[in-house]
Write a protein that binds this ligand. Structure first.
Ligand code: URP
Ligand code: ZN
Ligand code: ZN
Length: 455
């Protein structure tokens, strides 16, 4: 007897598309094939719909401190929005405050997430304070299953930057321990110089956020980090690649043999810096900034041809009230935007429906690759023995993105008014239905911490 069987849908895997039924028992996929006949507690008819693996978002920030405030979603609201966007696993980041060790920061983040998240979650460990004093803690955290360590080559003013020599020492230890280093890549020297230049010219509007953090800053940091990772033989994952120049630097490092993975985000694919010229353009401020159409085109090309490995959201929403504390000066806007509920529909619409990528490639970018890169052995694929994390996507019909329909705790969307094709009809986490007919139906936040359960 099965708990659940999904019949008549098109199962999409990174290998292809298959007219298969999917049988679930005990939260796990136990049968797949042309006809699954075993009796089941519930039968879902997915005729004309796609059955996708539950998506994994490797880059979210629930309730993090930025510019004297906190991003608006906590794990409860952010994971609810994630489920509504077809995401069944998020990977968030620790926040290492002054005086805290990376271990203490991890424990604090886990306390915030446990019992609050509707979807499964992992945590990347930020190394932002006293990196050398924390290096000795890295092997123990890797042994516990926390294998990914994030560093910043900028945000000096926020006390988060590590210098390149410290980066080398931390990444060396991460590599020796069998982990992976993540980098927010912007050259801080360029950013500080360009920011000062805009400020002294009296430039205050949102567009100058983009001018103050040019693509060259991203490219230079990726180049430097790639060289170091190459010398150390380390695995390196660049978060939120936003520009053609940054992409080129990453691809060059890869061509030279560096074990480098490149992530971009939906906003760098479907929006340009024109968003800063809109009414309330400062709402759209995120770091790195939105760029030009040529940058979007280059990123789409890499999304299609394998240059980009994963698409995360960098979900870090702020309300309009929070954004409006900026006092009319770009450098004071809390940076970040919401994305967890829009990622899959945007990728389906502007990727698959517009003919840029196949369904299989979409699934690779949103589920299979993040699972592979971050060692989530039970996630990322629809396969017998893996968790029954499934999304039923109805590709028919069109919708318009409205912040008022979203489940995030913010009150606006950078994607407001954009068309999307299809919708997330059902989201299923380990056999439990979280979203049904597009509506959130989750009762208990029963998301599990992945690192611990994997060990
Ligand atoms: O603007 C952004 N992206 N805010 C979140 C922090 C980060 O740099 O990813
Ligand atoms: Zn970042
Ligand atoms: Zn981020």
């Amino acid at each position: 007897m099965l708990d659940l069987v999904i019949k008549n849908g098109l199962v999409v895997t990174a290998e292809g598309e298959f007219r298969w039924d999917v049988g679930v028992r005990g939260g796990v996929v136990v049968e797949m094939g042309k006809e699954v006949d075993a009796p089941a507690g519930r039968t879902i008819d997915a005729t004309n719909k796609l059955i996708l693996p539950g998506c994994i978002d490797p880059h979210t920030h629930m309730g993090i401190p930025i510019k004297d405030t906190f991003s608006a979603d906590d794990f409860r609201s952010g994971s609810r929005a994630s489920a509504c966007g077809g995401t069944t696993t998020i990977i968030d980041f620790t926040v290492q405050s002054a005086g805290q060790t990376i271990r203490e920061a991890l424990d604090e983040r886990l306390r915030r997430a446990k019992g609050k998240s509707y979807v499964d979650f992992g945590v990347h460990v930020n190394v932002t304070n006293r990196p050398d004093a924390n290096i000795a803690l890295i092997p123990g955290l890797v042994d516990e299953g926390f294998r990914s360590f994030k560093l910043f080559s900028t945000y000096r003013e926020a006390g988060m930057m590590v210098t390149w020599p410290a980066f080398r020492r931390v990444v060396g230890q991460v590599a020796r321990s069998g982990g992976i280093a993540l980098l927010h890549a912007e050259d801080n020297g360029i950013v500080e110089r360009e920011t000062a230049r805009q400020i002294s010219a009296g430039h205050k509007a949102a567009i100058y956020h983009a001018r103050s953090r040019p693509a060259g800053a991203e490219a230079k940091a990726i180049e430097t980090a790639g060289q170091i990772a190459g010398e150390l033989g380390a695995k390196l994952y660049i978060v939120h690649v936003s520009s053609a120049a940054g992409l080129e630097a990453g691809l060059k490092a890869r061509a030279q043999g560096v074990d480098i993975y490149l992530e971009t985000c939906p906003h760098y694919l479907v929006l340009t810096e024109a968003a800063y010229e809109r009414k309330n353009g400062h709402y759209a401020i995120a770091t790195p900034p939105l760029r030009t159409q040529a940058d979007c085109d280059a990123l789409w090309q890499a999304v299609a041809d394998g240059g980009i490995d994963a698409i995360g959201t960098d979900h870090c929403p702020f309300t309009t009230a929070q954004k409006n504390t900026w006092g009319g000066q770009f450098q004071f806007v809390p940076n970040g935007i919401a994305g967890v509920e829009n990622r899959l529909p945007l990728l389906y619409t502007y990727g698959v429906a517009e003919g840029r990528i196949s369904l299989s490639r979409m699934v690779e970018l949103l589920a299979e690759n993040p699972a592979g890169i971050f060692n989530l052995a039970t996630k990322g694929q629809i396969e017998v023995g893996r968790d029954a994390d499934l999304v039923i996507y109805d590709p028919q019909g069109e919708d318009i993105i409205r912040a008022s329909d979203m489940h995030s705790a913010t009150d606006w969307s950078v994607y407001e008014g954009m068309k999307v094709v299809g919708r997330v009809d059902m989201t299923i986490l380990r056999g439990e239905v979280l979203v049904e007919e597009g509506e959130f139906v989750g009762v208990h936040p029963a998301g599990r911490c992945l690192a611990i359960s994997n060990n």
